[in-house]
Write a protein that binds this ligand. Sequence first.
Ligand code: NAD
Ligand code: AKB
Length: 313
Amino acid sequence: MKRILVTGAGGQIGSWLVPRLRDEYGASSVMATDIRLLGPEVTDAGPFQVLDATDPKAVGQAVMRHRADTVYHLAAILSAIGEKDPRLAWHVNMMSLEAVLEVAREQRCAVFTPSSIGVFGPDSPKDPTPQDTIMRPATMYGITKVAGELLCDYYHTRFGVDTRGVRFPGLISYGAPPGGGTTDWAVEIFHAAVEHGRYTCFLSPESQLDMMYMPDAVDALLGVMEADPARLVHRNAFNVTAMQLAPRKLAAAIQEHVPGFEIEYDIDPVRQAIADSWPDRIDDSAARAEWGWCPRYDDAAMTADMFEHIQTR
Ligand code: NAD
Ligand code: AKB
């Protein structure tokens, strides 16, 4: 029976991943943790503990008490907050990953760590961005993600820890709001459309970025962790994508569901510079070949499903 510990469980991904893991492996097998107390939908549905993932001793004790064999390490600071406070991003992203990997080495756990399209920078080829290419990011977030990928690969080759990861694009979901990234506009726009019929976007109309609907992201996460290790040429981390969206394009799709919806632009130079340094489209053929990655939602299916759920709420 699997025994799982999730860090950063209260965030955008964790709020989807924890219920899915509890369905899949049994509620008592999945220990949700976060630096803050979470709501009853998490704490009443299975084990929960407040845990600062940057504290190696506390991480070690939590893994031991729960007898975890797998850690899904989601705690992190995202790109836009990382540019506001680069030292915080370095501290949280690097210290927590180092703590988790050391505990995994000592207690023989597998580790999933999400990377990001943020590993790429202005020198990376933009369309398509290959799996293996130049990675010289221009953000502190990206720097921590590249260093994190290397550290995860190091723990695999040097110590035999089963580390795996994917480079997520911007994730779109209803439920827990996004946590301070450059792609947050693609979530905010849906809520603004339903509540106000208009949205002011902080990126320019043609800023195209890779995106994915959260149900596919959770499938990717479980898919790479369940993959036959003998087939894996890469580990940390696989490019994965599902669609490419720019604000003008998504606004047009939204107008089909919310007639009269209007978008205007008030560009934030910091987040625009981050978006400009990221790929237009990543090539995820390695994930498709090595573990069968295949997203279910394109932009039309995602948009329809988002409205169905937001409007019901
Ligand atoms: P989020 O910001 O929504 O959630 C992060 C969670 O971590 C929060 O609940 C926060 O309370 C918690 N946290 C912060 N500091 C902590 C600490 N020291 N100890 C324990 N918990 C702490 O982030 P998310 O969107 O769920 O992202 C999870 C992971 O996926 C991150 O590594 C992120 O870089 C990566 N990722 C996310 C996206 C996306 O679009 N959401 C895209 C690419 C990669
Ligand atoms: C962000 O915008 O920071 C995240 C990401 C793509 O890593 N959504």
